[in-house]
Design a protein around this ligand. Structure first.
Ligand code: ADP
Ligand code: MG
Length: 701
C-alpha cells in the first residue's frame, strides 16, 4: 500500500528527471498531489459518428469502420502511411507519419475498429492523423462500453510536453497510481456529511474524476470534490473566527452619549438613508454585545460609508474610547480628515492626521496626545499601525478600502489594545457573495444598498477612438459650463514605459485641443508629494482637466467633476471601471462616463463594455466580472493570498455548493463546539493535514 505523502519519484514511470519537472512545472511532489491534479476536460468517447456526419470543424470524434486499403506514399520527410476507413456512409483517411511499421503490422483489413481522433482536411480530403484504434469484438456489437469512455485531458506545460510528459503521459501515471491503490481510498468527510448531502464516497469520487465511468458519475464526483474543497475552506475560516471570538472578549460600549446624540441632532446635515440607519444599528448591536466586532461594510461608491464610520467612532468616544480610521493613500487620509472636521463643526472632538508626511514636532505632539487620550479620532495611512503609535484606549478601528490591506494588517490592529478594538472594514469594491464568503468569511457583513437621494445616475456611453472629435466636443460643452473632466489611461506594470507614453501623448493632445483650459497630469511614477499637489490643484479647480492613470481610482472626491473619460477601456476590469466611474456623479449635476476603445474589439470586450453602459449597480457589475474573468483575476483577490488555489471548485459558478458547504461547516461547529464528538475527528485531522500542506491556509491565523 502506498501513502499519499510518498514522493512521486518512486512511482513507476516517473524517476528523478520527471519528478523534477512535475515539481517545478506543476507543484506535484507527492502521490497525493498527483491524485488531486484533476483533468481540465474530458473527451467524450461515448458517441460514434457516421463518417458522413464528420467535418473538419469538429473536435475529437469517434467512428467505427473497416480498413479497406493501406499505402505508404511520399518520400523522406513526406513519407506517410495512408489507410482508408469506411463505414456504410462514407470514407475517411487515416494517416501516420510515424510508427508506420507498427501500424502496418498491427491493423488488419476487413475487421471492425473503433477509431478516435481529430478530423482535419488535407488535399481536399478528410483525414485523421495518428488515430487511436481499438478492435471491436465482432461477437459482441460495439455498444460504447469501451474501458475509457470519457478520456481525461490534463494541462501540462510546453517544457513538460517536450519531455514527453503530455496529457496522455499524465493519464498513464494517474492510471498507474490507481492500480497501486487497489483497496478503497479512505474517506475524507464523516458519515453525517456524506449522508446528509447525498455525496458519493471519496474513493468513488477520486476514481471517477480521473476516469469517469459515466456522465452521471462524473457529475457526482465533481459535486463531491467541490463540496469537500469548499467545506474545508469554510471550516478553516469559521473555526478560526470562533476561536478568536473566544480568545478575545470585546470592549463593551453600552451607551449612546453626548457625542453621538449631539451630532445626530445638531450637526447631521441631512437625513440618513434607510441603509445607513440599518447598518448603524448592526454596528451598535455588535459593539454592545461583549464580543469583538469584525464587520465588513460593503457599499457602492458614494453610498455614504464615511458618515457611518464617523458615527460609529462617536459611539466609541461616548464610551471613553478612541477611534482610528485607516485609509490606503495620503490623499484619502487627508480627505477623510477634512470631511470629518467639516461634519463635526464646533463639536469638542479632536481629529488628527497621521501619515508618513507628518514629521517632527507635529508628530511628537500627536503621538503624545494619542497616548494621553486627548486625540479622539486618528485618521491616517498605514502609518497608524506602526508600533510607536500608542493609544490610551483604542475602541474602534475602521479600515477603509479593504482591498489594499490584508488579514495581517487587520490582526495588527487588534494588538493595539489589551482588549482588541472593534474592527470595521469598509470596501467600495462590491464583492460577489461567493468571494466575500471565502475571502472575508470570518467577518460579519453589512451592506449599504441605497444611495443618498437625489443622485442622478451617471450616463455611460461607449465611443470609438476614431470619433475623438465627438468626445472632445462633449468635453468642451461640460468645460464651458464650469465643470471639470478626468481622462484616465490604463497603467499595467509589464509595459509601464509604453503606458506612460500613451499618457504623455494623450496629455499633449489634450493640451493642444484645449489651449484655453488648464490641464494637470498625475501618474504613478511621480513622487507622492508631487502627485498630491497635482490632485489638490484639480480639487480646488485650478486645473480643469486631469489626465491621469489609475492612481485616482480610490476615493478622491471632486464634486465639480462631471465627465470621466476612460481610454483603452478594454484594458480595465469591470470593477475597476466602476470604481473610476464613481469619481464623477458626486455633485448635483448630470455626469457622464465615456468608455473609449479601439474599433476592433472582441465580442467578450464588447460584452463587458455593454455591462458598464447598462448598469450602475456595483454588485451586479461585480458578479458579471466574476463570471467573465474568474476569481483569480479580480481585484483584491491576488493580495488576499487565500483560497484561490482552489483545485476544483470555481467561485464564479459554484455558488450553490459553496452555500451548502458553509452551512455544513457552521452546523459542525455549532453542534460540536469543543470538538469532542469522535465522529468529527476525521474532519479535524483532515483540516490539520490541509493546513500543513497548503501554505495559504496556514497564513490566516
Ligand atoms: P463612500 O461610501 O463612497 O465613501 P462618501 O461617504 O464619500 O461615500 O459619501 C458620498 C457623499 O454623499 C458625501 O458627499 C456625503 O457627504 C454624502 N452623503 C452621505 N450620506 C448622505 C445622506 N444620507 N444624504 C445625503 N448625502 C449623503
Ligand atoms: Mg469613501
Amino acid at each position: 500500500m502506498i501513502q499519499r505523502s510518498q514522493d512521486i519519484k518512486y512511482l513507476q514511470g516517473v524517476g528523478p528527471a520527471r519528478a523534477d519537472l512535475l515539481s517545478k512545472e506543476l507543484g506535484i511532489r507527492t502521490v497525493g498531489d498527483l491524485l488531486t491534479y484533476y483533468p481540465y476536460k474530458y473527451v467524450d468517447k461515448t458517441h460514434i459518428y457516421k463518417i458522413r456526419e464528420i467535418d473538419a470543424s469538429m473536435p475529437y470524434v469517434q467512428v467505427m469502420g473497416q480498413i479497406l486499403s493501406a499505402d505508404v506514399v511520399g518520400e523522406g520527410r513526406g513519407k506517410r502511411l495512408v489507410a482508408r476507413l469506411v463505414d456504410d456512409t462514407g470514407v475517411i483517411e487515416l494517416v501516420w507519419f510515424q510508427g508506420i511499421k507498427y501500424a502496418l503490422k498491427n491493423y488488419d483489413f476487413n475487421v471492425p475498429y473503433v477509431v478516435f481522433g481529430k478530423p482535419t482536411v488535407y488535399g481536399g480530403r478528410l483525414n485523421i492523423a495518428h488515430p487511436e484504434i481499438e478492435k471491436v469484438d465482432p461477437s459482441r456489437p460495439f455498444d460504447g462500453e469501451s474501458k475509457n469512455r470519457y478520456v481525461p485531458s490534463y494541462n501540462t506545460s510546453e517544457k513538460m510536453k517536450r519531455s514527453g510528459l503530455n496529457s496522455g503521459a499524465m493519464m498513464k501515471l494517474t492510471s498507474k497510481l490507481f492500480e497501486l491503490f487497489d483497496s478503497p481510498f479512505p474517506e475524507t468527510l464523516n458519515t453525517y456529511l456524506v449522508e446528509h448531502y447525498h455525496l458519493i464516497s471519496y474513493d468513488e469520487a477520486i476514481r471517477n474524476i480521473h476516469f469517469p465511468q459515466s456522465a452521471e458519475l462524473l457529475r457526482k464526483a465533481q459535486v463531491r470534490l467541490k463540496f469537500e474543497e469548499l467545506f474545508y475552506v469554510q471550516l478553516n475560516i469559521l473555526r478560526y473566527a470562533r476561536d478568536r471570538m473566544r480568545k478575545y472578549r470585546g470592549i463593551v460600549f453600552p451607551k449612546i452619549g453626548d457625542a453621538f446624540n449631539g451630532f445626530y441632532h445638531h450637526h447631521l446635515p441631512f437625513e440618513l438613508t434607510g441603509a445607513q440607519k440599518r447598518v448603524l444599528k448592526e454596528i451598535r448591536k455588535d459593539m454592545g454585545s461583549g464580543r469583538q466586532m469584525n464587520r465588513l461594510l460593503q457599499g457602492d461608491v458614494g453610498s455614504g460609508k464615511t458618515l457611518v464610520a464617523l458615527m460609529s467612532a462617536l459611539i466609541a468616544i461616548d464610551n471613553h474610547s478612541q477611534a482610528c480610521i485607516m485609509a490606503p493613500t495620503e490623499i484619502l487620509a487627508e480627505q477623510h480628515l477634512q470631511t470629518l472636521r467639516q461634519f463635526l463643526g464646533d463639536m469638542p472632538i479632536r481629529v488628527e492626521l497621521l501619515t508618513g508626511n507628518v514629521k517632527g514636532k507635529k508628530r511628537e505632539t500627536i503621538l503624545r496626545d494619542l497616548k494621553n487620550g486627548s486625540v479622539h479620532i486618528l485618521v491616517g495611512t498605514h502609518a497608524v499601525i506602526e508600533d510607536n503609535v500608542v493609544f490610551m484606549r483604542l475602541g474602534l478601528a475602521v479600515i477603509d478600502e479593504q482591498h489594499r490591506f490584508g488579514v495581517a494588517q487587520r490582526a495588527k490592529m487588534w494588538q493595539k489594545n489589551n482588549v482588541p478594538p472593534h474592527v470595521l472594514v469598509m470596501t467600495a469594491t462590491p464583492i460577489p457573495r461567493t468571494l466575500a464568503m471565502t475571502l472575508y468569511g470570518d467577518l460579519d457583513v453589512s451592506v449599504i444598498d441605497e444611495l443618498p437621494p437625489g443622485r442622478k445616475p451617471i450616463y455611460t456611453v461607449h465611443m470609438f477612438d476614431n470619433h475623438r472629435d465627438n468626445i472632445y466636443r462633449k468635453l468642451r460643452m461640460e468645460l464651458e459650463q464650469g465643470r471639470q473632466v478626468y481622462i484616465v489611461y490604463p497603467l499595467i506594470q509589464e509595459s509601464e514605459k509604453m503606458d506612460l507614453k500613451n499618457l504623455e501623448d494623450g496629455y499633449v493632445q489634450v493640451c493642444r485641443h484645449f489651449p484655453d483650459y488648464k490641464v494637470g497630469k498625475v501618474h504613478g511614477k511621480m513622487k507622492p508629494a508631487e502627485k498630491d499637489a497635482e490632485m489638490q490643484r484639480f480639487a480646488s479647480g485650478e486645473t480643469q482637466i486631469l489626465v491621469a492613470t489609475t492612481v485616482i481610482e480610490v476615493g478622491v472626491n471632486v464634486p465639480n467633476a462631471s465627465v470621466m473619460v476612460i481610454e483603452n477601456a478594454e484594458r480595465f476590469g469591470l470593477s475597476q471601471l466602476h470604481q473610476l466611474r464613481g469619481r464623477v456623479g458626486r455633485g448635483a449635476d448630470q455626469s457622464y462616463c465615456i468608455l473609449v476603445t479601439n474599433y476592433e474589439i472582441g465580442t467578450e470586450t464588447r460584452k463587458r463594455i455593454q455591462i458598464m453602459v447598462d448598469s450602475t449597480d456595483g454588485f451586479e457589475i461585480a458578479e458579471a466580472d466574476l463570471r467573465l474573468r474568474g476569481p483569480g483575476d479580480l481585484e483584491g483577490t491576488q493580495q488576499s493570498g487565500m483560497a484561490f488555489d482552489l483545485k476544483i471548485a470555481n467561485l464564479a459558478s459554484d455558488g450553490q455548493i459553496l452555500t451548502l458547504a458553509r452551512e455544513a461547516a457552521t452546523t459542525i461547529l455549532d453542534n460540536d463546539p469543543d470538538e469532542r464528538n469522535p465522529q468529527n475527528d476525521i474532519l479535524w485531522r483532515r483540516l490539520q493535514e490541509l493546513r500543513r500542506t497548503n501554505i495559504n491556509w496556514g497564513a490566516i491565523s
